[in-house]
Design a protein around this ligand. Structure first.
Ligand SMILES: [Zn+2]
Length: 479
């Protein structure tokens, strides 16, 4: 027994020693960006828990599809359309090619569908970002096959072993237009804090949606859309897993949004492939702001119905100037305290929230993780090292995971988010980054414990190999 114990002690010492070596090496190169890039490219990065399917696919393959299927292009706005919208500015790609204009058009398309060559003096960054989706959206029809393979291949090349993609809104929700008349009543009950009445309305609506075949619809979505895609593309393999989040759109009116939440939660409850639910679209939009508290109450309702379904929520993706200051004081609080989110996305307005330090303690105590997306915050919200709340989350021990958000539009990848954080925050050590990576599996919504364990064990092995490799290279790379 004593022999065994000392063998374990020696092994632990070696492990600790290799980790210390890697940290020493990391500290020695952290001011040289090019070495940091090489370091983080090689480092296992576990999972990317915050990214959107449509925003993560790059423009180039979408343009190829537009050419292959001879879409129409608007030569002024660079939007595409499958059918002819009928006005003079729309031309077919075949015509563009025949006129020898394709290369010039490609440059313009990339500049409007993504941040390529972005010039802040010419266009607001948030506008460019959100408008880009509308421009390429007609190409997203049937784009899941190439898109998911693109995301998987990129993840493999970046040494990721898991991604949790915000895939789609429910695609076969029932027609609920007959209950639109309840929109005002639901809003009124929420704003007057008539909780009993609100829950009663929710329950009636929920039962009515169930009667329209919600369970069968959720099952058919799970089986004939998600599972079919997942299996036919052979997404999972040893060393790589992908899971999906259903998402709902915050700009929808209450009855429609509730309808989508019903299918999203049912679907997540009934499939191992659907890891959770999210809520997306600009948080500062009119309906998003007006109905924010109501949305949190809807989540609370669904949490009671489906206690096993996990959900992450975009929350506090707001800045001073974007909305009225008092609106910055409560969105994260409401997401974690009313809705009961297990993770929040962005959490940018933290320092403006009511009792921010108490909120941070609450998040730590209740193990609510924050998904940090540095490049997205810089581009869309102009939040960078001076005003990003990252150090607050870090100091208070809130679990942190790092996400890429919309790598296709932002023309970036997950590795670059690590590079940005290492450059920005000198207090972060290699061990901190390693912790963020392990968090990305520990705080993932993978439902099957055996799968989660498999990914975690694989990650431990990858780090062992990485740290040994760094040891070999460090003599040459160190200055
Ligand atoms: Zn996002």
């Amino acid at each position: 027994m004593r022999k065994l114990l000392s063998a374990v002690m020696i092994l632990l010492c070696i492990k600790g020693h290799t980790q210390q070596n890697t940290n020493d090496f990391f500290q020695s190169i952290r001011k040289q960006e090019i070495k940091l890039i090489a370091f983080f490219n090689q480092m296992p990065k576990g999972g990317d828990l915050h990214h959107h399917f449509a925003g993560s696919t790059y423009a180039e393959p979408m343009i190829e599809k537009a050419i292959r299927e001879d879409f129409y292009l608007n030569k002024e706005t660079f939007a595409v359309s499958k059918s002819n919208p009928g006005s003079a500015e729309w031309v077919r790609f075949s015509e563009i090619i025949n006129n020898g204009q394709l290369d010039a058009m490609k440059i313009k398309i990339l500049q409007t569908w993504s941040v390529k060559d972005y010039d802040p003096s010419r266009y607001p960054s948030d506008k460019l970002f959100f408008e880009s989706f509308l421009k390429f959206w007609p190409l997203m029809d049937n784009y899941f096959v190439p898109g998911l393979l693109e995301l998987k291949n990129r993840a493999l090349k970046e040494n990721l072993s898991y991604i949790e993609t915000q895939l789609t809104t429910p695609i076969n929700a029932p027609d609920v237009s007959e209950w639109y008349k309840w929109d005002d009543e639901i809003r009124a009950a929420s704003s007057k804090q008539e909780e009993e009445k609100l829950n009663d309305l929710f329950s009636q609506l929920y039962e009515s949606i169930l009667k329209k075949g919600a369970v069968e619809r959720a099952d058919s979505f799970n089986l004939f859309f998600v599972k079919k895609l997942h299996d036919s593309l052979r997404i999972d393999e040893p060393g790589f897993k992908m899971r999906y989040q259903n998402y709902v759109l915050r700009f929808m009116n209450p009855v429609d949004l509730f309808n989508h939440l019903t299918i999203a939660f049912l679907s997540a409850d009934r499939s191992d492939l659907i890891a959770g639910v999210n809520i997306v679209s600009p948080e500062d939009g009119d309906v998003s702001m007006k109905d924010y508290e109501l949305h949190m109450k809807m989540y609370r309702f669904f949490h009671r119905k489906f206690p096993n379904v996990k959900y992450s929520m975009h929350a506090g993706e707001l800045t001073l100037g974007l909305v009225m200051p008092e609106e910055l004081t409560w969105h994260i609080n409401a997401a974690v305290r009313i809705a009961g989110a297990k993770r929040i996305g962005h959490g940018i307005d933290l320092a403006h929230e009511k009792n921010p330090f108490e909120l941070l303690r609450y998040m730590k105590k209740n193990d609510v993780a924050v998904e940090i997306n540095p490049e997205s915050n810089s581009f869309i919200l102009k939040i960078d090292e001076k005003n990003h709340p990252f150090p607050l989350y870090f100091n208070y021990g809130v679990p942190i995971v790092i996400g890429s958000d919309d790598a296709g539009i932002l023309r970036t990848n997950l590795t670059n988010q690590f590079v940005i954080l290492a450059k920005r925050y000198p207090f972060l050590t290699y061990n901190d980054f390693k912790k963020f990576v392990f968090n990305s599996i520990d705080y993932s919504f993978i439902r099957n414990p055996a799968v989660k364990k498999e990914v975690r064990t694989d990650l431990e092995n990858r780090f062992k190999t990485f740290e040994e490799n760094i040891k070999k290279e460090s003599a040459l790379l160190r200055n």
